[in-house]
Structure formats: C-alpha cells, structure tokens
Design a binder for this molecule. Structure first.
Ligand SMILES: Cc1cc2nc3c(=O)[nH]c(=O)nc-3n(C[C@H](O)[C@H](O)[C@H](O)COP(=O)(O)O)c2cc1C
Length: 162
C-alpha cells in the first residue's frame, strides 16, 4: 500500500484511496453483490471481457477476484481528470511490489464496470469508500497456484524516431 501511495499523481493530487480487503466474509459478500450486479449490467461496448464476465457471473462458482486472499480497491475523486491514470499507475506499483515479494496479482475490472450499481456502491460506502469517489480499478493479490504463460508481444508496437 505504501508503494501505491508513492506513485506520482497529476498535480500531486493524491486524491486516491486504496482500500485493501483481507476479510474473507467481506470479500464473499462483495462477490455476491457483484454476481447480482452483473445480472442487470448491460455492457456499453463490445469489449469481450465485459460480456465474458457477465456470462460467467451466472455460474454459482463465479468469483470475480479469483479467490485471492486480498483485493485492493483503487478509488478516486469523481470527475477528476486523472482519476484513472493515477490509480492505474499506482496499481502497477502494487503489481511490481507483489512480484518482488513472490506474490501473484491481477488487475480486476469488475468493480469499475459496476461502479454505479446501487447495491455495490452502498456496500463500498459502508466499507469506508467515500460516496463521492468513483471506483477506478482493483487488484487481486495472492499466492501463485500455477504460473500462467506470458502472451507473446505484438510486433511493431514501438518506434524510435532519431
Ligand atoms: C487495464 C487492464 C484491465 C484488466 N482487467 C482484467 C480483469 O478484469 N480480469 C482479469 O482476470 N484480468 C484483467 N487484466 C489482465 C489482462 O488480461 C492481462 O494483463 C493480459 O491478458 C496480458 O497478460 P500479461 O499481463 O501476462 O501480459 C487486465 C489488465 C489490464 C492492463
């Protein structure tokens, strides 16, 4: 969490909040709300992961944080221009720190997609995330059961102009 706090932010805003949930019951309650939220969620574009998550949420076994023991929610002031950018940079610091500690981590978008779901919002407010915050992203952090292969990188995605 300290590493997230050390992240640069636009105009040094530091208007973010990082909320780490390590309580299993709290995570399971949130998972239930996310499952319910996906039922009425209508993806606003054809991004495949949104549709995939909505479909998987119909299954009893659905778990949006992959059963990780910790979920870190990055929220930020709603309407602030760099809300997503600041939180994404901070999450990358969390991922790098997790890696350096031999832990696994994963960017989890579900709470961002469902950020306006009333049931989820109320519960997050109950957990201390300010009502005026928007949910930017989250990171699941845990132990690596099975290392996953790193997808090959596409060619021609970098350029140097000299
Ligand atoms: C902005 C962003 C959003 C992501 N959202 C999710 C997500 O909601 N659930 C998930 O399991 N993985 C998510 N990922 C992880 C990507 O699927 C993963 O990084 C990608 O498959 C490439 O694999 P690599 O990280 O090993 O290079 C996300 C990654 C990024 C950068």
């Amino acid at each position: 969490m300290r590493e997230a706090q050390q992240t640069p932010s636009g105009s040094n805003s530091q208007s973010w909040l990082f909320t780490a949930i390590q309580n299993r019951d709290t995570l399971l309650r949130l998972n239930g709300l996310v499952r319910t939220g996906f039922q009425s969620y209508e993806p606003d574009d054809d991004y495949p992961a949104k549709h995939g998550a909505k479909k998987r949420a119909q299954e009893e076994s659905f778990n949006f944080y992959n059963h990780a023991p910790a979920l870190i929610i990055a929220s930020n002031r709603s309407g602030y221009e760099n809300a997503m950018a600041d939180c994404a940079l901070a999450l990358e610091n969390i991922f790098l720190t997790a890696e350096s500690l031999g832990l696994g981590s994963c960017y989890i978008n579900a709470l961002h997609w469902l950020r306006n779901d009333p049931g989820i919002r109320e519960y997050l407010v109950e957990l201390g995330i300010p009502r005026e915050h928007t949910i930017c992203s989250s990171a699941a952090v845990g132990y690596i059961a099975k290392p996953s292969p790193v997808p090959p990188r596409k060619a021609n995605t970098t350029r140097i102009i000299e």
